[in-house]
Ligand binder design. Sequence first.
Ligand SMILES: *[C@@H]1O[C@H](CO)[C@@H](O)[C@H](O)[C@H]1NC(C)=O
Ligand SMILES: *[C@@H]1O[C@H](CO)[C@@H](O)[C@H](O)[C@H]1NC(C)=O
Ligand SMILES: *[C@@H]1O[C@H](CO)[C@@H](O)[C@H](O)[C@H]1NC(C)=O
Ligand SMILES: *[C@@H]1O[C@H](CO)[C@@H](O)[C@H](O)[C@H]1NC(C)=O
Ligand SMILES: *[C@@H]1O[C@H](CO)[C@@H](O)[C@H](O)[C@H]1NC(C)=O
Ligand SMILES: *[C@@H]1O[C@H](CO)[C@@H](O)[C@H](O)[C@H]1NC(C)=O
Ligand SMILES: *[C@@H]1O[C@H](CO)[C@@H](O)[C@H](O)[C@H]1NC(C)=O
Ligand SMILES: *[C@@H]1O[C@H](CO)[C@@H](O)[C@H](O)[C@H]1NC(C)=O
Ligand SMILES: *[C@@H]1O[C@H](CO)[C@@H](O)[C@H](O)[C@H]1NC(C)=O
Ligand SMILES: *[C@@H]1O[C@H](CO)[C@@H](O)[C@H](O)[C@H]1NC(C)=O
Ligand SMILES: *[C@@H]1O[C@H](CO)[C@@H](O)[C@H](O)[C@H]1NC(C)=O
Ligand SMILES: *[C@@H]1O[C@H](CO)[C@@H](O)[C@H](O)[C@H]1NC(C)=O
Length: 551
Amino acid sequence: MNLCKINYSVFIITVTLSILYGDPCPSKCTNCDYDINGQVTKVVCQDVQIQTLPNSLTELWASDAHQPSIIPLGKFQTYFLTGKTQLRILSIRRYGIKQLVNGSLSICTNLIVLDLSDNLILSLPVGIFHDLNSLKSLNLSKNALTSLDSSTGLFSHLRSLTHLYLGFNKLTRINNSMFRNMTGLSQLGLESNRISTIDSDTFQAIHSLQTINLSNNTLTNIQSELFKGLSKLLRIEFNGNLLQILEQTTVIEPSVRLISLSSNKFTEIPTGFLQHLQNIQTEVNLAENQIRNIPAGSLDKIHLQKLNLSFNLIEFIQFNAFSDCTISELDLRFNHLKSLQKELEGNFLKINTILLDNNTWTCDCSLLWLVEFIKINQSNHSDPVCAEPVQYNGKTMISIATDLSSDCVPTTTQQSTSTQKIMTSSAGTTLTATGKIQISGPSQMTIEIGQIIPGMGQENSDGKISTPQNHPTSRRTTILVSNFTILPIPAKSETNSSSTEVHDSSSTNVGMIVGISVGVISLITVTTALVKFQPWKKIGRFNRVDVKNVE
Ligand SMILES: *[C@@H]1O[C@H](CO)[C@@H](O)[C@H](O)[C@H]1NC(C)=O
Ligand SMILES: *[C@@H]1O[C@H](CO)[C@@H](O)[C@H](O)[C@H]1NC(C)=O
Ligand SMILES: *[C@@H]1O[C@H](CO)[C@@H](O)[C@H](O)[C@H]1NC(C)=O
Ligand SMILES: *[C@@H]1O[C@H](CO)[C@@H](O)[C@H](O)[C@H]1NC(C)=O
Ligand SMILES: *[C@@H]1O[C@H](CO)[C@@H](O)[C@H](O)[C@H]1NC(C)=O
Ligand SMILES: *[C@@H]1O[C@H](CO)[C@@H](O)[C@H](O)[C@H]1NC(C)=O
Ligand SMILES: *[C@@H]1O[C@H](CO)[C@@H](O)[C@H](O)[C@H]1NC(C)=O
Ligand SMILES: *[C@@H]1O[C@H](CO)[C@@H](O)[C@H](O)[C@H]1NC(C)=O
Ligand SMILES: *[C@@H]1O[C@H](CO)[C@@H](O)[C@H](O)[C@H]1NC(C)=O
Ligand SMILES: *[C@@H]1O[C@H](CO)[C@@H](O)[C@H](O)[C@H]1NC(C)=O
Ligand SMILES: *[C@@H]1O[C@H](CO)[C@@H](O)[C@H](O)[C@H]1NC(C)=O
Ligand SMILES: *[C@@H]1O[C@H](CO)[C@@H](O)[C@H](O)[C@H]1NC(C)=O
């Protein structure tokens, strides 16, 4: 009777305390869950003695042991888990575990998830995982494993295992004996180890493998049959290795959607390899390599969803680099591109999205086609910023498109398809030509071509007329000049334009035709008749300039 009363009052007190002070979670634990009988089933603890926790646990999440006594000498022994047969999830991170004693996990036959990551484990005893028949996920990342006793099949009893994480250890070698019997494994993490070679047959047995991460190792090559037969494979990550080439014969099953090869040592696009990829939905990442250019044909017959070439050193794309390819998205950001030839426009139309930001674009007339292309197709492409010329520095292509096209489309003279005559004898006649004009004749003479529009060109003492450096270069134009004046070079002080004033234009009838090719360097080719000419005399003056577009 008395006992009952005492029990009853203890019950009342417990309930009252629970109400007043919240859940009776073990000390240092938060987030406890209970079953319908009030038994603790899940605890999330820091720095707790594992063996003092209730046996009813199905989930134990422990981390950050600060007391060295919690796992004495870093040895994880059988008694830590005594009685905890119900455990389905066991996660013990940052507990300073150095060693797992054989049998210490054998009680946990119901375990589904085991996470011992971020400890100091150096090696694993054979048989440590032998009883974990239900285990699906094993995380051993961030330990100090140097080798796994592969010959005896450390993991080969883990028939249910689908996820295995061994990243951030010190493994140097892996081979197929490590993965024997692991037919159900789908995710394999081996990143940030010191693996430098992988035998061709290493993953052969892992038929269900879907993703493999071998990033941040020291691999210099990939065996061409490493992935052969892995018909479920989706993602292959090899970022941050030392790869320079990939054999054309490397077998990649059509299931693969991502091949990530960023931060390696590629100096050119592995064309043969890419051409062998059979799935148009595949994405290939070659970012952060040392690729300098894209030669003609290097993307031909490549059919991909995405090709990432960002953060390379690409300066140059040859004009038919990707004339026959299907790529939905091409990332060329953060390269060293300044200009692209207009001939690439047709190539560009084959690509849904092209990202060209963060290059050093020179937005001059030779790039007008791209600026217009971007403007017209702006919904799909990025809007890159120009670096040069100064007036467009920091401005986006779309924002300068109108200005640039008016810079580059000259006055009426160029719009006429037929040859147009410009009479220089009439005052104010101008020769309109865009771009760098460099006109050279025999030395010691000046060739006068009407009036050079201010800012368009300037006369140099060597008889050349060239535009200021930052002036947009032009589309290709040929200008035919006839009946021109040749003047002796003016004295240095003589900067007065009077020296180029019109003189008696009828005094000569040279009838000479000189072709000026205006481009990056344009020349007036002076015909042989000119040689007969007396260049040191002021002889005559041209009165006609024919301007003709050449496409
Ligand atoms: C390690 O433990 C497993 C299972 O508990 C057992 O089968 C095996 O014999 C043990 N190995 C050694 C070397 O004690
Ligand atoms: C494995 O452990 C690492 C280190 O604690 C952690 O970052 C990672 O998220 C874990 N992976 C999984 C799938 O739980
Ligand atoms: C594969 O698993 C079976 C039982 O599941 C086991 O008998 C066999 O020894 C395992 N193979 C290896 C190489 O460990
Ligand atoms: C696999 O590597 C281990 C060392 O990590 C070695 O003992 C074993 O003989 C190798 N197995 C094969 C088949 O090469
Ligand atoms: C690469 O691995 C090393 C250790 O092997 C590690 O210190 C480093 O953080 C890793 N880098 C990345 C980007 O994961
Ligand atoms: C693969 O490993 C790298 C390097 O540690 C990491 O950055 C990347 O996120 C990992 N990939 C996946 C899918 O986990
Ligand atoms: C290409 O790779 C870079 C660097 O890895 C990344 O920042 C970028 O988002 C990727 N581009 C696309 C389109 O995924
Ligand atoms: C723009 O991109 C979308 C999706 O990427 C694509 O369906 C569409 O055809 C593209 N448009 C053009 C004009 O390329
Ligand atoms: C890259 O380009 C984008 C868009 O033009 C810009 O917003 C960003 O600041 C640039 N990033 C760097 C690092 O220059
Ligand atoms: C993209 O621009 C070009 C002209 O530069 C044009 O021929 C093409 O049709 C445009 N594509 C789309 C989808 O607007
Ligand atoms: C050039 O000479 C003319 C007279 O021949 C004079 O009117 C003009 O002011 C001079 N210009 C310069 C820049 O000296
Ligand atoms: C050169 O100019 C003179 C006078 O302006 C003209 O009579 C003559 O026909 C011109 N010669 C040619 C080849 O155009």
